[in-house]
Design a protein around this ligand. Structure first.
Ligand SMILES: [Zn+2]
Length: 390
């Protein structure tokens, strides 16, 4: 048997298919053609020996901004993905109905990696949102245009995104959330809600979320977060009980080591680990998906769980686990390879709280639909625009 590419001596960690072995992966026609514990018979047009490195499904980032050049926050998904091991970006509302056509044509359709969009309830998406807001005035919500866009792109747009919080919905309260709720119910898609400083409060917000809806920035350290006097709030436990998902969304200011450690300690792990990577957070304390994963290793989460929450569970959250999030024979060959650097390392959260760890994941190869991505270009080196302050 001959393959386009064979990865040899992979330390495979694939919770989705329950595979944990050292072996080889054969890739042909963009798909995973064979996985063997031990040597794979046959030859590859190209073969890479990755002995000593872990090999996982390509990472699925539940919260990664990749509308490059629009709004000032988005990263180039191929350039960043190639260096971080991310083969699926779930973009959390960088585009709204008025800016979605450009996102589809210029980013989603052209990217080598997979981009799964969530549509911002605000027609303009995250254009200049820190400066003028995107949902602080209901004039930005065009329900008809939203419905028409969702109808036209059924199966592509995986959900609605709303940033709830003082700086975004401070003036409009729960109104956008109820409109979003209705749209999601109409199209049977999840609602992703970014939580931040109230209003609205989590007591108002969490009870209106349903099974499959997603709370992102779940472990932020701002007032009004998931902890109430140090304990995970009753509303959060009740939401989890109903099937609401809790996503990390690290970002530039939305992750706290003390909050996360308390939640883990109380048996409230996240349903997915994600970066909220954008032009600013990639330069501050989020840095990369493998870096955020390493923070969870430092907090005591085991490697298999960290990989599962960074691959399988986000893929399941958007109903795409037949395409990504696990290493299935016959599925698109989305694969990430990591070196595990061992030794003392100190991680910081956005508030400069430090946690000591002993392992740091470093991406070495990324394969998207069978193509070994080009990692030669530094995605941060040549942004031809002044950076937004988000
Ligand atoms: Zn975000």
């Amino acid at each position: 048997m001959s393959y386009d590419l064979i990865l040899r001596n992979c330390d495979i960690i694939d919770p989705g298919e329950g595979q944990r072995c050292v072996g080889d992966i054969g890739i042909a026609d963009g798909k995973i053609a064979a996985i063997s514990a031990g040597p794979l018979t046959g030859t590859g047009a190209r073969e890479i020996d990755v002995a000593g490195q872990i090999v996982t499904p390509g990472l699925v980032d539940m919260h990664g901004h990749c509308y490059w050049g629009v709004g000032g926050t988005g990263l180039d998904p191929d350039l960043v993905g190639a260096r971080h091991g991310v083969t699926t970006w779930i973009d959390p509302g960088s585009s709204g109905a008025a800016t979605f056509p450009g996102f589809k044509r210029f980013i989603i359709d052209r990217a080598q990696v997979r981009v799964i969009p969530l549509l911002n309830l605000s027609a303009k998406g995250l254009v200049h949102c820190q400066e003028v807001g995107e949902l602080n005035n209901m004039i930005y919500v065009d329900t008809e245009l939203n419905a028409a866009t969702l109808e036209m792109h059924r199966g592509l747009i995986a959900g609605i995104k709303i940033r709830a919080g003082r700086s975004s919905t401070g003036q409009t309260g729960m109104t956008p959330l109820w409109i979003g709720r209705e749209l999601c119910d109409q199209f049977s898609i999840p609602l992703m809600v970014h939580i931040s400083m109230p209003a609205p409060t989590l007591q108002e917000l969490l009870p209106m979320l349903r099974a499959g809806d997603i709370v992102t920035h779940c472990f932020h350290g701002k007032p009004g977060g998931i902890l109430m006097r140090g304990r995970v709030r009753d509303e959060a436990w009740a939401a989890r009980e109903r099937g609401v998902l809790f996503d990390v969304g690290h970002g530039n200011s939305s992750f706290s080591f003390p909050v996360t450690a308390a939640a883990l300690e109380q048996g409230f792990p996240p349903d997915s680990i994600s970066t909220d990577l954008h032009q600013r957070s990639i330069r501050t304390s989020a840095k990369s998906f493998p870096y955020v994963m390493s923070k969870f290793l430092a907090l005591g989460m085991d490697m298999e769980t960290v990989v599962r929450l960074s691959t399988l569970t986000p893929a399941q959250a958007v109903n795409q686990d037949h395409l990504c999030g696990k290493l299935s024979v016959g599925a698109p060959a989305d694969i990430a390879v990591f070196r595990v650097d061992t030794g003392p390392v100190t991680f910081k959260d956005p508030q400069d709280v430090e946690v000591a760890g002993t392992q740091q994941l470093e991406n070495t190869h990324t394969i998207a639909s069978g193509v070994l991505l080009d990692r030669s270009r530094d995605p941060l080196a040549d942004e031809p625009f002044p950076l937004s302050t988000i």
